[in-house]
Design a protein around this ligand. Structure first.
Ligand code: FCB
Length: 445
C-alpha cells in the first residue's frame, strides 16, 4: 500500500509545554531568548494539538490519508532526557496511536525532531557522545509501549539541518555557532540513529528508517572551481548523512580540512550502517553553489558559497519551486547508491503560502507528485505533505504557513484549504484506480 500522509513535529504543533510532567526542551529555552525567533514567537501554545488531537485525526481521516508522520517529544517521555519515564507522556502518544489505528491511518512516529530535553543540552547536547546512548534508551522505552501497534518508525529528522542550524550557525536551538566544529554532532546523531535501530528491532519493529533532508546541488557554472565547490557542498549536505548509513563509510571531508574525523571510534560505522527498510527523503528545493569568495571573519572559511536561484518562482518563504529537482534527486540517489538504496519514502515535501484558496500549493504538490512518478527506476512507497496544519515554523515563528489546513492562532479554528480538498480528491481517485486495477487482474486470472 502506497502511504499518503502528512507530516508534523511535536514542538511545532503540540503546545502544552508545561503539562503532564513534560520537561523543558532546547526549543523552549531558545524561543524564549530575545531575538531568536521572528517576533519572539514560541511553541508554548502552537496549534494546541496536545488538546485538539481528536479534531486533527478526524481531519486526516476525512481527507482519506492512510498514514501520519508525527514526532514524539523526548521531554514528554523522559522529562530530563534519561531516568524514569513519565507515564502521562507515554499515555498521550498511546491514545493518539489508538485513534489513528481506529481510523485506518498508519502511525509513523519520528523519535527525534529537534526538541532535545534541555537537561541533555546542559550535558553538551549532541556534541556529547553519551547522548547517542541516551537516545537509544529513550527509544527503547517508547518502543516497548507502542510497538504492538506501531510498525513503522523514523529515528531522526534531518540530522543535517539540526547540525548546521542548531550547532553550526546558531539559527535554531540550541543556538550554538561552532561552524565546522559542529561536525561531531553529525556523528553522534548518526550513532544515535544506529543504536536506535537496534533498540527498535529488539522491540519488534518491522520498518525502520531515517528522514534526511536532501537537495540536488547545482554548480553555478561548469568551471572547475564551481564544480569543486558544488561537490564539497553535496558532501556536507547529502553524503555526510547518506553515505555512512548506506555504505558504512564517511565521504572524504578534506575539502573542509577535516579528513581525520577523530570523533569516529572503531565499530561506530557498523552500528550506523544497520540495514534499513526505507530511506525518508525530505525535499524542498535544489541549491545552487559557487566557488568561495573571501571568507567572512570567524566563518571558518567554507569551500563553497550559495548562489541564488532566481530563474524559478518562489514560495512565501522565498524558496524556489523546482518540482523536477525531486525527480533529479531521486534518480541521483539511485545512481549513487544502486542496490544499497532502500525503498524511498518522501517524508516531507511542501511549501509556505498564505491564504485558504491556496492554488499555488496545489500546483506545488501536483508538480512534485508528478516528479516522483517520473523518477525512473526508483522505488518510492510513500509521500507525506509537510504539513497537516499551519504551525510554528522554527525561527520564522507563525509567519510561514505550510498547512493543508489553516489555523487561526487566536482562536485555534482549523479551516481546510483548497489544497486539502484537492489532495482528498487525488487520494480517492488513486484508490479507485488501484481497486479497478486489482479487479481487472482478478478477472484476467
Ligand atoms: C524541514 C523541517 C520541518 C519544517 C519544514 C518546513 O526542514 O523538518 O520541521 O520546518 O522544514
Amino acid at each position: 500500500m502506497f502511504l499518503w500522509g502528512t507530516a508534523t513535529a511535536s514542538y511545532q504543533i503540540e503546545g502544552a509545554v508545561d503539562e503532564d510532567g513534560r520537561g523543558p526542551s532546547i526549543w523552549d529555552t531558545f524561543s524564549h531568548e530575545p531575538g531568536r525567533t521572528r517576533d519572539g514567537h514560541t511553541g508554548d501554545v502552537a496549534c494546541d494539538h496536545y488538546h485538539r488531537w481528536p479534531e486533527d485525526v478526524a481531519l486526516m481521516a476525512e481527507a482519506g490519508l492512510n498514514a501520519y508522520r508525527f514526532s514524539i517529544a523526548w521531554p514528554r517521555i523522559l522529562p530530563f532526557g534519561r531516568g524514569p519515564a513519565n507515564p502521562a507522556g507515554l499515555d498521550f502518544y498511546d491514545r493518539l496511536v489508538d485513534a489513528l489505528c481506529e481510523k485506518g491511518i498508519t502511525p509513523v512516529p519520528t523519535l527525534f525532531h529537534w526538541d532535545l530535553p534541555q537537561a541533555l543540552e546542559d550535558e553538551g547536547g549532541w556534541l556529547n557522545r553519551e547522548i547517542s546512548g541516551y537516545f537509544a534508551d529513550y527509544v527503547a522505552v517508547v518502543a516497548e509501549r507502542l510497538s504492538d501497534r506501531v510498525r513503522t518508525w523514523i529515528t531522526l529528522n534531518e540530522p543535517f539541518v539540526h547540525m548546521v542550524y542548531g550547532y553550526g550557525l546558531g539559527m535554531h536551538a540550541p543556538g550554538r555557532m561552532l561552524f565546522l566544529d559542529a561536525l561531531p554532532v553529525a556523528h553522534h546523531q548518526l550513532l544515535g540513529h544506529g543504536l536506535a535501530v537496534q533498540a527498535l528491532r529488539a522491540g519488534g519493529a518491522e520498518r525502520v528508517m531515517i528522514s534526511n533532508n536532501c537537495t540536488p546541488v547545482w554548480p553555478a557554472s561548469d568551471s572547475p572551481e564551481d564544480l569543486a565547490a558544488a561537490d564539497a557542498y553535496d558532501t556536507l549536505h547529502n553524503r555526510l548523512f547518506n553515505d555512512p548509513i548506506l555504505t558504512g563509510a564517511y565521504p572524504d571531508l578534506s575539502a573542509y580540512g577535516r579528513p581525520e574525523l577523530d570523533f569516529v571510534r572503531t565499530g561506530d560505522l557498523e552500528i550506523i550502517a544497520q540495514p534499513l527498510d526505507g530511506l525518508g527523503i525530505n525535499y524542498y528545493n535544489p541549491t545552487r553553489i559557487t566557488r568561495p569568495g573571501e571568507p567572512a571573519p570567524g566563518s571558518g572559511g567554507l569551500p563553497f558559497e550559495f548562489a541564488a536561484i532566481t530563474d524559478y518562482p518562489t514560495t512565501a518563504f522565498g524558496w524556489p519551486v523546482v518540482p523536477d529537482g525531486l525527480r533529479e534527486l531521486l534518480e541521483s540517489l539511485k545512481a549513487t547508491y544502486g542496490p544499497a538504496l532502500p525503498p524511498i519514502y518522501i517524508t516531507e515535501n511542501g511549501c509556505s503560502y498564505d491564504g485558504i484558496d491556496d492554488q499555488e500549493r496545489i500546483a506545488y504538490l501536483d508538480g512534485h507528485i508528478a516528479a516522483v512518478r517520473a523518477a525512473e527506476g526508483v522505488d518510492v512507497r510513500g509521500y507525506f505533505v509537510w504539513s497537516l496544519l499551519d504551525n510554528f515554523e522554527w525561527a520564522e515563528g507563525y509567519h510561514q504557513r505550510f498547512g493543508l489546513v489553516h489555523v487561526d492562532f487566536e482562536t485555534q479554528k482549523r479551516t481546510p484549504k483548497a489544497s486539502y480538498y484537492w489532495l482528498k480528491d487525488l487520494i480517492s481517485s488513486q484508490s479507485t484506480e488501484a481497486q479497478s486495477a486489482e479487479k481487472a487482474q482478478s478477472t484476467e486470472t
